[in-house]
Design a protein around this ligand. Structure first.
Ligand SMILES: [Zn+2]
Length: 379
């Protein structure tokens, strides 16, 4: 809870005041590609009359699914997993070796440890003996039970191949990265944005990312996880990394400089494209007003250096920017106007006011311009 000391909002006068040392940390987060779905097949005695149904289901999946989407396959009562194609190529010997295994899932689930498949679809003839024991497990939402026989309320009826395909497909996952007492201030993948000091992305938009944090801690513990649509999570690999290299400066056109000069004087411009006045930082179409900045992704920034006859810029390709050792502006698609965060030794990272889309930096010739978050529609 915030104390009354902490409840005061910081304002732009605080921008240039530095408190205690805040350290910079860099990490690389790697997305895993091992989350193949898993199909678990019943070879118990009760399943013998249904084996031809399971067999044709496996063959149908191998035919219909692209290789990258094919599941691994295991037998109920076993922990061994094989890619679908290898499984089918050794099918006869595998079945004769495993026939009669009990309808239990615990050995397999216990073998997963922290590495659960995105989906576990069980093709069973009858109820499993131990599935109920797992119903309160955090990963249970990934489990699906399918049978040609009506089993219970939760089990789906095996009607056709499409129903099995559907259950194997987990909806796209998103990514969540955070660290104790730390604010993300820079990263190299523009699909990510921050929300409440956590770096995240839309489902399906995740990729490996290098990320910088600011924190007063001397050691940082980063939590990076893949978040499935059902809310279950998988830990992601995190390793220490080098800081991102700053990108060089490029020159803006004289038309662009004219706009920026007006905004520096806190004057609106009369836009020749939409014939309305634009206050500092306001843009109807960024590509028309600032064609030189088109390489900056939506939600990024331009660091501007305005000199007498020339303006130059440095692109910032993420939606946060470090203003000073202990101050960061952040924004997100749902909150596109940059907001100030400042480290306060009494209450941690503290959210301040909106800073505007065009804000002065540490020297009088430097400004930060926030680029629109929405992609422009062309044509
Ligand atoms: Zn305009």
């Amino acid at each position: 809870m915030l104390t009354s000391r902490c409840s005061a909002r910081i304002d732009s006068k605080d921008l240039l005041r530095v408190s205690e040392p805040v350290n910079e940390f860099w990490f690389q987060v790697r997305l895993r590609s091992v989350l193949r779905p898993l199909l678990v097949v019943d070879v118990s005695h009760a399943a013998s009359g249904l084996w031809h149904v399971f067999h044709s289901t496996l063959e149908g999946l191998a035919e219909e699914l692209p290789l990258a989407q094919q599941p691994d396959v295991a037998f109920l009562g076993s922990t061994e997993r094989l890619p679908l194609r290898s499984f089918l190529s050794q099918l006869d010997s595998l079945v004769s070796l495993n026939r009669g295994r009990g309808r239990v899932i615990s050995p397999l689930f216990e073998s997963f440890g922290q590495q659960w498949p995105s989906r576990v679809v069980i093709l069973a003839s009858q109820m499993l003996h131990d599935l109920e024991d797992w119903q309160s497990h955090a990963m249970y939402p990934r489990v699906r039970l399918i049978s040609p026989n009506p089993l219970n309320r939760d089990a789906k009826l095996l009607t056709d191949l499409a129903s099995v395909r559907h259950e194997l497909e987990a909806p796209a996952a998103s990514v969540r990265i955070s660290a104790n007492n730390a604010i993300p201030f820079s990263w190299d993948q523009p699909a990510y944005y921050t929300k409440a000091l956590t770096l995240r992305c839309q489902p399906g938009a995740g990729s490996d990312v290098r990320i910088g944090f600011l924190s007063p801690e001397s050691k940082l513990k980063v939590t990076a996880e893949l978040v499935q649509a059902d809310g279950s999570t998988d830990p992601l690999g995190v390793s220490a990394a080098e800081a991102l290299e700053p990108v060089g400066w490029s020159v803006l056109t004289s038309a662009e400089l004219t706009i920026l000069e007006a905004w520096r004087a806190r004057r609106p411009i009369n836009c020749s494209h939409c014939e309305t006045a634009h206050d500092p930082g306001e843009m109807c179409l960024a590509s028309k007003l600032f064609p030189s900045l088109k390489m900056i992704p939506p939600g990024g920034y331009a660091v501007l250096r305005l000199q007498m006859f020339q303006a130059t810029f440095q692109p910032i390709c993420c939606s946060s920017f470090r203003l000073a050792a202990d101050k960061v502006v952040t924004r997100s698609p749902s909150e596109p106007e940059p907001q100030l965060w400042r480290w306060n030794p009494d209450c941690g990272w503290q959210l301040g006011e909106h800073s505007g889309l065009f804000l002065p930096l540490e020297t009088p010739d430097r400004f930060l311009l926030a680029m629109p978050f929405l992609k422009e529609r062309h044509g």
